[in-house]
Design a protein around this ligand. Sequence first.
Ligand SMILES: C[S@@+](CC[C@H](N)C(=O)[O-])C[C@H]1O[C@@H](n2cnc3c(N)ncnc32)[C@H](O)[C@@H]1O
Length: 207
Amino acid sequence: MKKFKKKFKFSSQKWLDRNNKDKYIKLSKEFGFRSRAYFKLQEVNRKFHIIKNNIKILDLGSAPGAWSQLIGTINKDGLNFAIDILDMKNTYNVKFVKGDFTSDESKLKINTFFEDQKIDLILSDIAVNTTGNKNLDSIKTNLIVIDVLKFSSLNLADNGKIFFKFFNGLESETIIKYVKKNFSTHKILKPDSSRKASKEVYMLCSC
Ligand SMILES: C[S@@+](CC[C@H](N)C(=O)[O-])C[C@H]1O[C@@H](n2cnc3c(N)ncnc32)[C@H](O)[C@@H]1O
């Protein structure tokens, strides 16, 4: 028990130190962004201009809502739909539904919202809520990513794009194989605001 307490104290102190130094957390607080994730999407959008006005955008794993904040302000006249297993506060111009993306019910709600029309941009920042076992978490997230990719292949518009997070490791080969087979272009990206120590990487694919 003592040992556990000591270890816990050490790791929580490390977490606090890291967060105090993190410039993206400071900037998020300063500008009222809901999480530091805002900067990842902003950086990729500045380079690739994936978010436009008057299009259809789906934000998967959207809570607490930083990506939704960004899409809602740029895609002012289009349709934005966000979904997460956790609750999310309302965001300007974005329809949020609480639910598990992998369920048929959630997929039906997405298609109904877009009136069965194709989607221009799918974003997925889904990461399973942590169990404490990083390898297991990565595998579980990557399995959901494969489901996201299958849904995207069926529901993206002709010039549609998907920008999603996955984890280097088990199942990432399956993701890369799937993408090569089903999308015309793909780029693996590691935004500056993504922590260097994290195995998370992002991929941008076009139909
Ligand atoms: C890193 S956070 C997303 C941060 C978000 N992009 C933002 O800008 O605030 C990952 C989210 O994925 C969600 N998630 C995990 N599994 C999910 C699933 N099966 N369906 C929907 N959301 C899921 C988690 O609840 C968590 O809120």
